[in-house]
Design a protein around this ligand. Sequence first.
Ligand code: FCA
Length: 330
Amino acid sequence: MRFLKKALCVSALAAASVVTMSAAYAEDIKIGFIVKQPEEPWFQDEWKFAQQAADEKGFTLVKIGAEDGEKLIAAIDNLGAQGAQGFIVCTPDVKLGPGIVAKAEANGLKMMTVDDRLVDAGGAAIESVPHMGISATKIGEAVGQALLDEAKARGWDLAEVGAIRVSYDQLPTAVDRVEGAISALKAGGFPEANIFDAPQAKTDTEAALNAATTVLNAHPEIKHWVAFGLNDEAALGAVRASESVGIAADSMIAVGIGGAESAINEFKKPDATGFVGTIIISPKRHGYETAMNMFDWVANDKAPEPLILTAGALAKRDTYEAVRKDLGIE
Ligand code: FCA
């Protein structure tokens, strides 16, 4: 009996210390969330939702903006020096893939990628790094379909319509998105000869504006325009370009991808612009879920799924609030 009592006592003590240990352990966990364009609303939202995961679980989230390769490498070393256990990254350049993998390993950090997937020297996706991205081709197709539907609703003759492909071809997900849009346009009878490439130097609105302006100036013969690119900023850049050369909103149809503040601000304008819609994707899944997955990996040794591709939903001026609510991203 005395032995049993003692055993019970010991196991109660052990249970108590397990509880305190796991609480202390969550506090000791530090996870980095590195993004390539911290000023872009999409990335701000990812951080916001990742922070929700950190608050819920009690770990520390270190948010770092790394606009180029040098900053990214320094950020990884910095996380290592701070005693972090892992990080999630949307890299400024996917071709840095092997170097990033080596850096993470050298610092003993677990790594997951979000949005943009790392590629190896041959351009193939590095499959050993768990990744969450969007279903780029499908989402691109939805963009193309939305453009066609709106052109049809406006009664346009597709022979008189030009398409601006705002492109950033060094990024595979960007290629998949615009090619998805083009395949839907072509399937709907859009003339291939009327699709013009507008390569942007960066993935922001200003770079897209510059790229689209060149196309618009080169084709004064075109009556109406549609535009698309990898994100809302690309589509908005094309809209700003059309405005600057004097094309009326009823002769421009652009559909973006994202649905964060860049798109919302546009929908809130009192008069409709050429930015007709966006495919809303989920910063909650990309921020909260990746952070939770990394936490589980560090705390419970549960490795994340190797590849998760998330879906999107079309939203317009009059539907975006409801669509965001449905996606849980108010
Ligand atoms: C890429 C783009 C971002 C966003 C994200 C999901 O990183 O640059 O704007 O669309 O994919």
